[in-house]
Design a protein around this ligand. Structure first.
Ligand code: G1P
Length: 301
């Protein structure tokens, strides 16, 4: 049986995006026409995920509401002659079953994944971070190919990586590859947010993972690490140390990660998605070209 279960941690407070995230989840921020988490769910559904567990926390009910069927809204659109907008709600009918559990204490990403254990139990599963989109339009098949890799290699974990500039390694889990053959490599070690001088490479964990349930025992043995949080990266490290087969898969070109965790990358993601919008992208492009034109050609208002 293939992997059809995903855990999507969405409990983080999003403090790097305050005040935007004071009373709304960062996973519900708009990127182009949709909230971030809708892209994540659509991507997973396209990759064959049929059961999805959100690990939520305080202030995250908007996510649950977003994936509910909204009969009242449907009726309202029909009554007011706006049937053409019903297509915008098609995502409600995706063949995905939703489960929700809560991380009752903010103890880190590793702890959030461990909160899903009672639901996941003894099955392999995907972890997809709810604040990162892979590729434009949620068309990425990265998770599908990671699942195939996981099954073919009988691995204990397959993790997505992307190259980042050396000065950025301090923001990510960084790989120490054993040997690299093409875009898939075995991991020798993994370090969470290392200093630039100590980073073993510039390959950064890119928000998508496939795990065997063995990760749960490692998470239980993981003490608080960076930022005093229980880090998923440290549990993967234990998995490697106990002889687990852990593979890295580099994101293919055109399948970049869009990070909604800080303002710089959020702004970039929004602009890229808006520019790619089939209806309004061209008008935005023209507007930006005018805004960015040398002073002489800029319109006065
Ligand atoms: C988390 C992980 C980190 C990973 C990053 C992006 O960090 O701990 O290893 O590189 O997501 O996938 P966060 O962005 O939550 O600080």
């Amino acid at each position: 049986m293939t992997v059809d279960l995903a855990v999507v941690p969405v409990a983080g407070r999003g403090t790097r995006l305050l005040p935007l995230t004071k009373s709304q989840p960062k996973e519900m921020l708009p990127v182009g026409r949709k909230p971030v988490v809708q892209y994540v769910v659509e991507e997973l559904a396209r990759c064959g995920i049929g059961r999805l567990i959100f690990v939520t926390g305080p202030g995250k009910t908007a996510i649950e509401n977003h994936f509910d069927f909204d009969a009242e809204l449907v009726a309202h659109l029909r009554e007011t002659g706006k049937e053409e907008l019903l297509a915008e709600l098609a995502f409600e009918g995706q063949p995905v079953e939703y489960f929700y559990t809560r991380q009752r204490r903010q103890l880190g990403l590793g702890h959030a994944v461990l909160c899903a254990q009672p639901v996941v139990d003894n099955q392999p599963f995907v972890v997809a971070l709810g604040d990162s989109i892979i590729g434009l339009h949620a068309e990425s098949q990265v998770v599908r190919s990671m699942i195939d890799q996981f099954e073919r290699a009988r691995a204990d974990a397959v993790i997505a990586f992307e190259e980042v500039p050396r000065e950025d390694v301090t923001h990510y889990g960084i790989a120490k590859p054993r040997r690299q053959t093409g875009d898939v490599f075995e991991l020798d070690d993994l370090v969470e947010k290392p200093d630039v001088a100590e980073a073993p490479s510039t390959l950064a964990v890119a928000a998508r993972y496939v795990f065997s349930p063995a990760i749960f025992e490692c998470l239980k043995r993981t003490p608080p690490g960076k930022g005093e949080e229980i880090q998923l990266t440290d549990a993967i490290r234990l998995l490697i140390q106990q002889g687990g087969k852990v593979l890295g898969a580099v994101l293919p070109p055109g399948q970049r990660r869009f990070d909604i965790g800080n303002f710089e990358s959020y702004f970039q993601a929004f602009v890229e998605f808006a520019l790619a919008d089939p209806d309004d992208g061209l008008a935005l492009r023209r507007h930006l070209e005018r805004l960015l034109a040398p002073d002489g050609s800029r319109p006065c208002c």
